[in-house]
Design a protein around this ligand. Structure first.
Ligand SMILES: C[S@@+](CC[C@H](N)C(=O)[O-])C[C@H]1O[C@@H](n2cnc3c(N)ncnc32)[C@H](O)[C@@H]1O
Length: 279
């Protein structure tokens, strides 16, 4: 019983909901991990579903989203202040808009890192679908989600995550920076923005998150480099002709994921994704 309790108390969950979250693929991801490895790297951390599941002892996580990286750093370094700030929030549309619109005022630059992280969690729990979207001026613009009882403060989980993050290097950086950090025997999990299922549209020259075809090529080059260094990698992406050709030198496994393909309900269903591995 004591063992079960201890285990429960140490369970960690992702701190934020994130588009592209990997929870529905967890079984496949775990099954396809290498048998053993040295340091764990996740350079598109997002909500970090695999990272929080694995709870690696010594890891490196990074992302280009500065607010998200600030959140993980605050959870690691100032978790008690964060919990106390989170307790101040109210659930109403008026209050949501007030907090959301802070980044449209001169006040925003005076917020502390803890206040920014607290705002980030609050917006993530109360906005529509937990989306993260900013306009061209970098202002958060997702509407109120109208949830009955969103949980803003999950104190136990934040404390567990804080402990886990204590041994983690956290960086706001482009994925390619891992090349300066990895060593033979390390393991990298890549979960990049996916190649669109419909490859025509704007993918060849532009995507709204900046992850166009050139970036997908650059990512493959990073994988080639890792492979030549004796670093193991696993990568998720959509099951498209482009992705299958791009990684044809590696082992490609098709896996099923149920996820929203389109914003409308009809677009939801089981689709295949790929897991690429070099081991
Ligand atoms: C598909 S999401 C990752 C989802 C995550 N695995 C999860 O379970 O929630 C992709 C992430 O890549 C980040 N990103 C986009 N371009 C990047 C780049 N050039 N370098 C590093 N991260 C980037 C985005 O901010 C986003 O958080």
């Amino acid at each position: 019983m004591a063992v079960v309790l201890e285990k429960l108390q140490q369970e960690t969950y992702p701190i934020v909901k994130w588009v592209g979250g990997k929870r529905q693929l967890m079984f496949e991801l775990l099954k396809n991990m290498p048998k053993s490895h040295n340091r764990y790297f996740e350079p598109f951390i997002g909500g970090g579903a695999l990272f929080f599941e694995l709870q690696p002892e010594n890891a490196y996580i990074s992302d280009m989203n500065e607010e998200l990286i600030n959140l993980y750093s605050v959870v690691r370094d100032n978790v008690y202040e964060l919990i106390s700030d989170l307790n101040k929030h109210e659930i109403s549309k008026e209050y949501f808009l007030e907090i959301r619109n802070l980044d449209r005022t001169s006040e925003y630059k005076n917020l502390s890192n803890v206040q920014r992280a607290s705002r980030f969690i609050y917006l993530n729990r109360t906005c529509f679908n937990g989306l993260y979207r900013v306009n061209s001026q970098g202002q958060f613009n997702v509407p109120f989600g109208n949830y009955k009882n969103p949980r803003i403060v999950d104190e136990n989980n934040l404390l567990n995550c804080s402990e886990l993050l204590k041994n983690t290097e956290i960086k706001c950086a482009d994925f390619s920076e891992i090349l300066t950090k990895v060593k033979k025997g390390d393991f990298v999990y890549f979960d990049p923005p996916y190649v669109p299922l419909n490859e025509t549209s704007s993918f060849t020259s532009y995507t709204k998150d900046g992850f166009d075809m050139d970036m997908q090529f650059k990512l493959r080059e990073v994988c080639d480099e890792l492979d030549s260094m004796g670093v193991m990698f696993m990568l998720s992406n959509s099951d498209t002709k482009f992705v299958n050709e791009l990684y044809s030198n590696y082992e490609i496994k098709k896996v099923f994921a149920s996820r929203a393909v389109n914003a409308n309900a009809e677009g939801r269903g089981k689709i295949t994704e790929v897991l690429v591995r070099n081991y």
